[in-house]
Design a protein. Structure first.
Ligand SMILES: NC(=O)c1ccc[n+]([C@@H]2O[C@H](COP(=O)([O-])OP(=O)(O)OC[C@H]3O[C@@H](n4cnc5c(N)ncnc54)[C@H](OP(=O)(O)O)[C@@H]3O)[C@@H](O)[C@H]2O)c1
Length: 342
């Protein structure tokens, strides 16, 4: 496979740092790594394959100057909106982690385990979008069930870690816990979340829309349909929990055919990058602490509904920074390179 110049935009962030680790771990054929961030991080050193690499400031002409071929963006929607076109203009393919391009009908929205063939549409705009972290792990688990039973509706409640809102959001939880142990939690600040997150759960992620759902919840609704090319009904309740890393989801799946737990377990075991951990007798099921730094989506608590023969319940957990962001982006880059090298 040919070696390529790869830029990581947002290289000092929670997702960007993870992207650089994943690129190294999977042995991605990087010729030159170009870590980019804001002016305040320019000059910082990061490590890649045992070498020090200097972070550069993101500018409009940096992609051309550095001859970038793949640009992995994760520095916020506004940054992608402004700078992605410069990367494309310079001849790079953009793989964007933000929500900015996801619902653009000309931009493919890809989870490689589900719709890798959509990558071919990158030619439209030079951009491939990475879905929302909660959507990625859910559709990975839905895909084998859809193949076996035909999924028609999904009801999901999420339990999302603070890292989903970036590095400073993780720090906010840690600070509040420190304040709790110093008996001054009531003086603790909250900036990243609308309420105290330590020792609390917040049933709001992102802004509320006119229909009573949040933007995060509607991302799960709309992105699932686009990725699975199917008008699956999705109803989501997205909740922030005081966990640093690893999103969990309680998922109820309504199928066209009748389901049985054993058949569903087998289908999931054969799913791509899925690990079934489902041994109630030994109190084994997926949990956030189990998935940190892992590239698989963990599924457990698989059981048939008590009342309906076509309804299945499961518990889906994955590392939001890897499966929900960095690993998915790098897997897209791998497939893209494979396709373009043919
Ligand atoms: N966290 C997740 O689980 C997750 C999952 C999927 C998608 N995403 C998306 O990925 C993006 C980044 O998330 P994150 O969690 O990594 O956030 P983060 O930890 O806050 O990091 C933000 C990164 O963006 C850079 N940045 C911010 N403004 C910039 C600018 N004007 N020019 C250049 N670089 C700039 C920052 O650089 P400095 O350090 O120099 O400020 C930093 O490297 C967001 O759009 C988020 O929605 C996150």
């Amino acid at each position: 496979m040919r070696r390529v110049n790869v830029a990581v935009v947002g290289a000092t962030g929670a997702v960007g740092e993870e992207m650089i680790r994943v690129l190294e771990e999977v042995g991605f054929p990087v010729h030159k790594l170009v870590p980019l961030a804001s002016a305040k991080s320019a000059g910082k050193e990061i490590e890649f394959k045992g070498q020090k690499v200097i972070v550069k400031e993101l500018t409009e002409d940096i992609f051309e100057k550095e001859d970038v071929e793949i640009a992995l963006f994760s520095a916020g929607g506004g940054v992608s909106a402004h700078y992605a076109p410069y990367a494309v203009e310079a001849g790079a393919v953009v793989i964007d982690n933000t929500s900015h391009f996801r619902m653009d009908p000309e931009v493919p929205l890809v989870v490689p385990e589900v719709n890798p063939e959509d990558i071919a549409a990158w030619h439209n705009k030079g951009i491939i979008a990475n879905p929302n972290c909660s959507t990625i792990q859910m559709v990975q688990a839905l895909k084998p069930l859809d193949d076996a039973y035909g999924v028609k509706r999904v009801d999901v409640a999420t339990y999302q870690a603070t890292s989903g809102a970036g590095k400073s959001a993780m720090e906010e939880l840690v600070m509040q816990m420190k304040d709790f142990f110093a008996f001054k939690l009531d003086e603790s600040k909250h900036e990243k979340f609308p309420h105290q997150i330590a020792l609390n759960v917040i049933p709001q992620i992102d802004k509320f829309l006119d229909n009573g759902y949040t933007k995060e919840e509607m991302k799960m609704v709309n992105e699932t349909k686009k990725i699975m090319h199917k008008n699956i009904e999705v109803s989501a309740t997205c909740v922030r929990v005081p966990v640093l890393r690893g999103h969990s989801e309680a998922v109820t799946v309504w199928c066209e055919k009748d389901v049985d737990a054993e058949g569903a377990r087998r289908a999931l075991e054969n799913g791509k990058n899925i690990l079934v951990v489902d041994d109630p007798a030994n109190q084994l099921y997926p949990m956030p602490v189990m998935v940190v730094d892992k590239d698989e989506t963990f599924v457990g608590r698989i059981r048939k509904d008590i009342y309906k023969d076509n309804v299945l319940h499961m518990w889906v957990v994955a590392d939001n920074l890897r499966v929900g962001a960095a690993t998915n982006a790098v897997r897209i880059a791998q497939k893209w390179l494979e396709m373009e090298s043919q």
